[in-house]
Design a protein around this ligand. Structure first.
Ligand SMILES: NC(=O)c1ccc[n+]([C@@H]2O[C@H](COP(=O)([O-])OP(=O)(O)OC[C@H]3O[C@@H](n4cnc5c(N)ncnc54)[C@H](OP(=O)(O)O)[C@@H]3O)[C@@H](O)[C@H]2O)c1
Length: 185
């Protein structure tokens, strides 16, 4: 990948789904600090320490699945069977309250929380008006509200294909399957 940048065929290098020790290895064994790290972040999986650590290294965080357990796939089948009982993030009363306060949808509040924390968010939608709604989610939240959202962390990771990949992903990060068992959100 570094050769592609040197040749002018890529402008930057980003990585995804690394754990802390894997990023440390990368920093030690390459000449490039990745421009971004794309990883699962949403109010139920905040990874505050890891986010702080990445920021200190100059690595921009891109949140995938920024809305949490929206995909049916995350809620009913597969990896997340054990946490399928969790209320969708956007149905939490806090987001319904904040939605009224700001005149924005709960989805927009969740995305604004990520952006207010200095991260990039990449929600996915196949519905035009939802895409437009998501694009209009860059607005300021009051500090007191970001503090309330900070209390919603449940260390609930919905995307963990470790078994399928036969590689233990996220080994030193919050939100292993074990960590979410018994959570009652
Ligand atoms: N690097 C990785 O390992 C990795 C893993 C997972 C995802 N990703 C990437 O992350 C991006 C998003 O991830 P994701 O799809 O898992 O999570 P997401 O964007 O948090 O959730 C997508 C779900 O939210 C719905 N949605 C989106 N905007 C909405 C709105 N304004 N109102 C109501 N519902 C809305 C979508 O509905 P509709 O589909 O009906 O529009 C879809 O069901 C994708 O680009 C994906 O490729 C990367």
């Amino acid at each position: 990948m570094e050769k592609l940048v040197a040749d002018g065929r890529a402008r930057a290098i980003g990585v995804s789904n690394f754990c802390m020790s894997e990023i440390e290895t990368l920093l030690r064994e390459s000449f490039t600090v990745p421009a971004v790290h794309q990883m699962e972040v949403h109010p139920y999986l905040q990874q505050k320490d890891f986010n702080k650590w990445l920021k200190a290294k100059g690595i921009q965080v891109v949140q995938f699945s920024p809305l949490g357990n929206m995909n049916d796939f995350y809620r009913k089948t597969g990896w997340s069977k054990e946490i399928s009982h969790m209320t969708r993030v956007i149905d939490q009363p806090l987001f319904l309250d904040l939605s009224k306060k700001y005149g924005k949808s709960p989805v927009q509040i969740v995305l604004a929380w990520g952006i207010n924390n200095g991260r990039s968010v990449i929600p996915k939608s196949v519905v035009d008006w939802q895409v437009a709604e998501n694009m209009a989610a860059d607005f300021e939240l009051d500090v007191e509200d970001t503090e309330k959202i900070a209390t919603m962390d449940a260390q609930a990771r919905f995307n963990d294909p470790s078994l399928d990949y036969e590689w233990r992903l996220y080994s030193d990060l919050e939100g292993s399957d074990q960590a979410v068992r018994g959570k009652t959100h």
